[in-house]
Design a protein around this ligand. Sequence first.
Ligand code: NAP
Ligand code: MG
Length: 403
Amino acid sequence: MAKIEMKTPLVEMDGDEMTRVIWKMIKDKLICPYVDLKTEYYDLGLVKRNETNDQITIDSANATKKYGVAVKCATITPNAQRMTEYSLKEMWKSPNGTIRAILDGTVFRSPIIVKGINSLIPTWTKPITIARHAYGDVYKNSEMKVKDGSKAELIVTDKEGNETRQLIHEFKGSDGIIQGMHNINKSIASFARSCFNFALDTKQTIWFATKDTISKQYDHTFKDIFADIFETEYKSKFEAAGIEYFYTLIDDAVARVIRSEGGYIWACKNYDGDVMSDMVATAFGSLGMMTSVLVSPEGVYEYEAAHGTVTRHYYKHLKGEETSTNSVATIFAWTGALKKRGELDGTPALSEFAKKLEAATIKTIEDGVMTGDLYVLSTLENKRKVNTEQFLDAINERLKETI
Ligand code: NAP
Ligand code: MG
């Protein structure tokens, strides 16, 4: 059988620990036998990042800008314990943070839904995709403890040196706390464009919510920027695609989300996205079933699993013990990237292959063959727990039948 040709390479970002082990297995068993895989390979494993003073991360992000599509393995974000474990020269920053800053992108996280793994919210039968604005607000704040008797003010000095002052609070009778936050219109606009592009791309309606009734300058600016960009750049495209942009207050959005059946994108401000993505992920089950894609406002895509390097399983693997690590989110990172590459290059055979691999993966679980994380959740009667490698082999058996 002839392998499927690729025109343009994918940017391949390898990673760490258990996901690095799975990465190679997925390529060897599920992709390379069928696709004449072309990638530009960047090793973002911690050893290589340390060796190159993290230049490799920057290079991989620039390559993604050049080629348009990347697939990334989970990577270690170093902490104090990793400094000794890997004899690091420095506590290198999170690769995801570095890549996101270079691409100026928004992260979209969606659950993969299979029969037998039911959402904790019974009405949620379709995926809910969360888009989190990953810049500013409380994550780049300035805050202080304030003594009783103090007066706190906001002071802004413009280019000409003119000051504008506004009272925050006069502390009388008690100590207190204050906090200053910012965002920038350019980042909010990029966020809005990434969201609208992704909605068009996936043909899903998009919701956005803030607290603009209370925050008449700050949150209202988010609402206005979204509304302006939608009206001028996207309205007719949305109409043609049969999807909607829906704005409401954040508390109303939360109530509607719970009552909904899913099947839309929920764009969130930074803090809301942090909180709500954990809620949505938990309700849909395992971290091993959550995919993630970074979309830049120019339409550059980087696909990955939402989970980390699954360290606990890796240490077992190193000791020669059997593991049962879920590879679904990493497989879907590959299929997402291959589908997008096929779409951009006009090579439908590549996209078709990716869809078949997704279908074979879902069929495997729905046939009752699954890893331990899903085994404890599944309501199927004929379910069977398999190890990391057996799971991939079971997918391959089903994939072969469709090719
Ligand atoms: P994690 O790797 O996501 O794993 C946390 C736990 O969740 C695991 O111990 C496992 O639970 C379960 N789990 C996650 N993915 C699974 C899968 N595919 N199959 C089965 N079980 C799965 O998070 P972490 O332990 O907090 O972080 C480990 C490393 O990953 C850290 O160095 C962190 O910096 C990095 N990280 C990277 C990314 C990224 O690159 N995007 C994201 C998050 C974390 P049990 O042990 O109970 O089986
Ligand atoms: Mg969170």
